[in-house]
Design a protein around this ligand. Sequence first.
Ligand code: ZN
Length: 386
Amino acid sequence: MTGADGAARATIGPQSLLARGLVGQERVRAFLASAVEQRRVGAAYLFVGPRGSGKLDAAYALAQAVLCPHGGCGTCDDCVRVAHRTHPDVHLLQPMGAGSYVIEQIRDLIDDIALAPVRAARKVYLIDDADLLVDASANALLKSLEEPPDTVTFVLLGTSRETILPTIASRCQIVPFRPVSPDAALATLEAELTAPREICRRAVGCCASATQARGFVQSAERQEARRLALRCLEVLPDADALDVLHAAAACVDAAKAPYEALKAEQDSAYDEGAAWMSASALKQLTLRLKRELTARQRSGMMEVFGAQRSLLRDALCLAAATGDEPYNDDFAACAHTYADRLGLDLLPRALDATDQACGRVRRGVSPQLALETMLFDIKEMLTCQP
Ligand SMILES: [Zn+2]
């Protein structure tokens, strides 16, 4: 698509991710839309901005526009698959190593680049946490970034330009994202959906992006996972160790449940491929499906920790008497308990514990273990308090 001079302008449909998403990122939207419309999408982008600024949503929006034969109609089969994050030509990479990418992941990616797209005319690689591309993994990627096949678009996502290796950043078009305020996210969600305000508030409290929040409002299963996440904190002050383990297990199971449908979809994608793909292509497909499922389940756990974080934040606002409206109206008594028991001294430490749990899951620790460790850490803080 790069520099396809003279080609007809693409039309971005009103149902496309690019038209509907990118809350609070109007400049980014205008920039990407203009590249798509003029059929001048580059080979490598680096989206930089804080967590929650919607970089991954924007990356999928760009992928949709790139893979759709009409430039992002929002309604064709390719567009729908990208929106459901099940398009076989969109590859999401997330670090599998302890705080970094492992070299095998990048080698697999380079092998995959050489293969033809499965459905669309192009392929898009989304590389999350590009800050964690260092040393060998970064070096291995450089050549592909510099001279990608003309059927490939890379979108790297990072926190800031400074945290990305200069050798990587210099090979990409840099697109800066601004932080999005929770109020702006809530206003957009309420305007778009007819869901009750309290459900929208809960969504903004536990989700890291607008698309995630939209999906949360529409999913009873994800709302149930949130309820069980908060239930862990609710039982914690009076629970014994076994109760804590039971609550954590129920919560982790509930967080996995929404992705069962994806697993079924993947199984049928595999069966479809098994009929005609070579053994090595099939192996690649299996690895990719496994990674995608892990990534999605991981994001379910991030929502669990996000919910727990938002409840502790409600407690912190109560303890500090800020008068802020809580995110979790249905767990108000629990927020009061934590405000009283942990107070301004210990609540920031409890919030840190949720961040650490997220970090552990991102580094490949089992969700169950990360959640248990976090709960026992907070339980100790509850016990220490005189
Ligand atoms: Zn389309």
